[in-house]
Each structure stands twice: as structure tokens, then as C-alpha cells.
Design a protein around this ligand. Structure first.
Ligand SMILES: Nc1ncnc2c1ncn2[C@@H]1O[C@H](COP(=O)(O)OP(=O)(O)OP(=O)(O)O)[C@@H](O)[C@H]1O
Length: 258
């Protein structure tokens, strides 16, 4: 099989206060996959994500992105390859206009002129925010700011897009629009989420992290149909939610082939 875009092997990590958050995590994500990372509070999901671009350094084990080890000498290149969208868009937006924010990363890579304009335009178009380019980010709604935060990362042309809780704090319409735009992106995706229906809609495969280890790695529909597994790892579908019915309605949507 080809080199995975993301190759996490035996990753263990303890915080400086001695708290062990990861106990030997293995995770392999191949090009074009969309994978949901599920698990209860405190499972180690964010800790794992912070290893993917070297914000945290592995205590043991390794992380590689398209074969390149995540280690200090490679941080610049790794941060180009791994685009992380954090939960709070305001952590990522700090320039006077939306356009400036989206241009910031690629400009730092030395991209200028028409090439920069093209990148910014493509990233804003991908998230449906082209008409907001000249607006100050802090005048946008939360859902719009989240989309701009995604554009700032897309503008770096990452090999893998990592999203931390992308559907949190969104109203139902913004959540549906986000699902549509993420589905339309042609990018490898790893998404941390507590929103199990969102995981089902977007990701064929889900990984459950629990107590700092991978407890399950299965097709999302199969995993979400395993009531004992969900209960054991404090995962809950919304009351009355049916995996079967959700899959059926996704199949029946007019934009779906067949
Ligand atoms: N800076 C830190 N110092 C010490 N322990 C920490 C630190 N950050 C997180 N932890 C602990 O590490 C464990 C894993 O935390 P982490 O934030 O990775 O979990 P999570 O799965 O992302 O949780 P959530 O779903 O609540 O966001 C938790 O027990 C947490 O208390």
C-alpha cells in the first residue's frame, strides 16, 4: 500500500506535570480518506492532534506526514503539510480583513502577486466566503469566522486537514452548510468531533480514542451501530437518531449517484 499521509506509531506522551495522556497510539490515514476521531472528554484527542504538527513532541513512538518525520528540523515543512483548524476561530484570525488573514500563511511561504491572489480566491471560494474578502473578521458571525479559519488553512494547500470540533456552536443551517463544503473538498481529512451524526455524514471511517489508546477503528456506520461500544466509551447518539435512517436519507438525496 502507498505511504500513509498520516502515520502515527506507538505514540505515547505525558504532560510535564506527569499526567500520561497517550499510551501508544497507532493511526494510519491514507490519501483521500476522511476519518473521524471520536472519544469521551479527556480521551487524548487534542493531545494527539497537537502532535501532528509538532506543537507537542512525542514522548515515545513517532508521527510522520507523507513519510516526513514530525521533528523540530522538519517543523516548517510539516506545518505546511498539516493544516489544523482549532475549535475557536478567533485563535486563527487576527488580521484587519478576511483576505489578509487567508493570505497570511501563503505569504509567509514566500508566495506573492498573482499566485497569492489565486490561492486566496480559491480558498475563499471553497468555503463560500468570497464576497466577505474585504470585511474585518471580527464583524462576521461565528459560523462565518469558522469558515474563514478553514480557508486560512486551505490556502496553505495542506496534505491533511485536521479539524477540532468543526460543528460545535453552529446553528443547524451553518452545520449543514459546513458538512456540504467539507464533503466537496478534495483533501484528506481528520476530524475530532463529539457530533456523531456529523461524523457519520462526513467520514466513512471512525477511530475511537479512549483513555489514551485506540479502542476501535472501523467504518463509521458499523461503529455507531455498536451500542455496547458506544456505551463503554461514553459516546451517545442523539435521542431517536437512527444510523440506518440517516444512511437511507443520505442515499436518497438528489445529489447522490444511484
Ligand atoms: N497541559 C496539560 N497538562 C496536564 N494534563 C493535561 C494538559 N492538557 C490536557 N491534559 C490532560 O490530558 C488528558 C487528555 O486531554 P485532551 O485535551 O487531549 O483530551 P480530549 O480527548 O481532547 O478531551 P475533550 O473531548 O474534552 O476535548 C486529560 O486527562 C487532560 O486533563
Amino acid at each position: 500500500m502507498s505511504t500513509p499521509v498520516l502515520d502515527v506509531r506507538g505514540l505515547a506522551f505525558a504532560y510535564p506535570d506527569g499526567h500520561q495522556a497517550l499510551f501508544g497510539v497507532d493511526l494510519h490515514v491514507h490519501a483521500g480518506e476522511r476519518v473521524a476521531l471520536l472519544g469521551p472528554n479527556g480521551a487524548g484527542k487534542t493531545t494527539l492532534v497537537l502532535h501532528l504538527n509538532g506543537i507537542l513532541e512525542a514522548g515515545a513512538g513517532s508521527v510522520a506526514v507523507s513519510g516526513l518525520p514530525v521533528e523540530p528540523a522538519n517543523h516548517l515543512e510539516i506545518r505546511r503539510r498539516v493544516g489544523i483548524v482549532f475549535q475557536d476561530p478567533d485563535d486563527q484570525l487576527f488580521m484587519p480583513t478576511v483576505r489578509d488573514d487567508v493570505a497570511f500563511g501563503p505569504a509567509n511561504l514566500g508566495i506573492r502577486g498573482d499566485a497569492l491572489d489565486t490561492r486566496v480566491a480559491a480558498a475563499l471560494d471553497a468555503v463560500g466566503m468570497s464576497e466577505f474578502a474585504e470585511r474585518p473578521p471580527h464583524h462576521l458571525s461565528f459560523g462565518q469566522r469558522r469558515r474563514v479559519a478553514i480557508a486560512t488553512v486551505l490556502a496553505m494547500d495542506p496534505e491533511i486537514l485536521v479539524l477540532d470540533e468543526p460543528s460545535s456552536n453552529l446553528d443547524p443551517t451553518a452545520r449543514r452548510e459546513l458538512a456540504e463544503l467539507l464533503t466537496a473538498l478534495d483533501v484528506t481529512l481528520l476530524m475530532v468531533t463529539h457530533d456523531l451524526p456529523f461524523a457519520l455524514e462526513l467520514c466513512e471511517r471512525s477511530v475511537v480514542l479512549s483513555g489514551g489508546v485506540v479502542a476501535a477503528d472501523r467504518p463509521t456506520a458499523e461503529l455507531l451501530s455498536d451500542a455496547a461500544l458506544l456505551h463503554e466509551h461514553r459516546l451517545e447518539l442523539p435521542w431517536g437518531f437512527s444510523v440506518e435512517a440517516a444512511l437511507r436519507s443520505a442515499r436518497d438525496r438528489p445529489d447522490q449517484p444511484g
